[in-house]
Design a protein around this ligand. Structure first.
Ligand SMILES: Cc1cc2nc3c(=O)[nH]c(=O)nc-3n(C[C@H](O)[C@H](O)[C@H](O)COP(=O)(O)OP(=O)(O)OC[C@H]3O[C@@H](n4cnc5c(N)ncnc54)[C@H](O)[C@@H]3O)c2cc1C
Length: 254
């Protein structure tokens, strides 16, 4: 059985698989604001004295992350929508009246940030993947890509195993072996950035300094670090589904 049931995975719990927790200093309130032709042309962060606003450029809107200290989502909401809009505008003044596009808390989705990883991704005939095996921090905006690459590894390892008969626990372990290094490396980079930038920004001593090696990346933004993307795009560590497996996996509509 493949446990792809997310960060609160029931399958993981039932299989008795244990995760190591790495902690995260923040939670995030996500919302959208329309883009205007006069806006800056790339993703970026607004960091100032204990406040962080992450602006991720999408086709015709900004995906905005209002970053709060861990466990402070309800407190931020309790201060009211006006205060939320004011904070947003203070950090990104070019938005001006567009902050009024946030009309209710229903437009604002809260993400309880977690970072953890299973020691053993498989056991008792179960393999967990995606958030069920490793909740990622939003740093680098990688989560969904990493979950998809896990699924690709599952296809490439389990389809040939099913063709031969029944997958064994060794086949399940091969999936972790295939993915563990990449996930571990990306989580370590996320932890580093969380501690260097986000935790320091919360201490409220002005703008934290971006480490020089990230500073050389054009349009650096904490939540969309391009170096991560380059890594993910790299087929040396990433996977693509072997096209000969498509027929095997074909959805028959039932
Ligand atoms: C508000 C928010 C914003 C995010 N923004 C980004 C972003 O910008 N970029 C990014 O890369 N990632 C983002 N993420 C994270 C990203 O969504 C996840 O990392 C990714 O979806 C993980 O994929 P997954 O398949 O492991 O789990 P999920 O996408 O969580 O899928 C799990 C599925 O299992 C189902 N399920 C769970 N339990 C059961 C059950 N008992 N029975 C049946 N079905 C069940 C769920 O309904 C769900 O459909 C965001 C997450 C949140 C909450």
């Amino acid at each position: 059985m493949v446990g792809a049931d997310g960060r609160h995975s029931t399958i993981r719990k039932k299989a008795g698989l244990k995760a190591e927790d790495y902690g995260a200093p923040m939670d995030v309130l996500w919302f959208r604001i329309s883009r205007s032709s006069s806006d800056p042309r790339q993703s970026f962060d607004c960091l100032d004295k204990g406040r962080i606003l992450v602006m991720i450029q999408k086709e015709d809107y900004w995906q905005v992350g209002f970053v709060v200290k861990k466990g402070h989502v309800e407190e931020a909401k309790a201060q009211g929508l006006d205060s939320f809009r004011n904070y947003t505008q203070a950090l990104a003044p070019f938005l001006k009246n567009r902050v009024n596009e946030i009309r209710s808390w229903e437009q604002v989705k809260s993400l309880e940030v977690k970072m953890n990883r299973l020691k053993q991704w498989s056991g008792n005939g179960v393999i967990c993947i995606g958030d069920g095996a490793h909740a990622m921090s939003p740093v680098g905006e990688l989560d969904i890509n990493v979950a998809i690459q896990d699924a690709v590894a599952v296809a490439n390892i389990l389809v040939p195993a099913f063709k031969k008969g029944r997958p064994t626990s060794r086949d399940l372990k091969k999936i972790q072996k295939r993915r563990n290094f990449a996930v571990k490396l990306l989580q370590r980079m996320q932890l580093f950035l969380q501690n260097q930038l986000i935790a320091k920004a919360f201490k409220g001593k002005g703008k934290p300094k971006i480490p020089w090696f990230f500073g050389i990346i054009k349009d650096f933004s904490i939540f969309s670090v391009k170096i991560f993307r380059l890594y993910l795009a790299g087929h040396t560590l990433g996977d693509t589904v072997n096209s000969s497996y498509y027929d095997f996996c074909e959805y028959d509509g039932s």
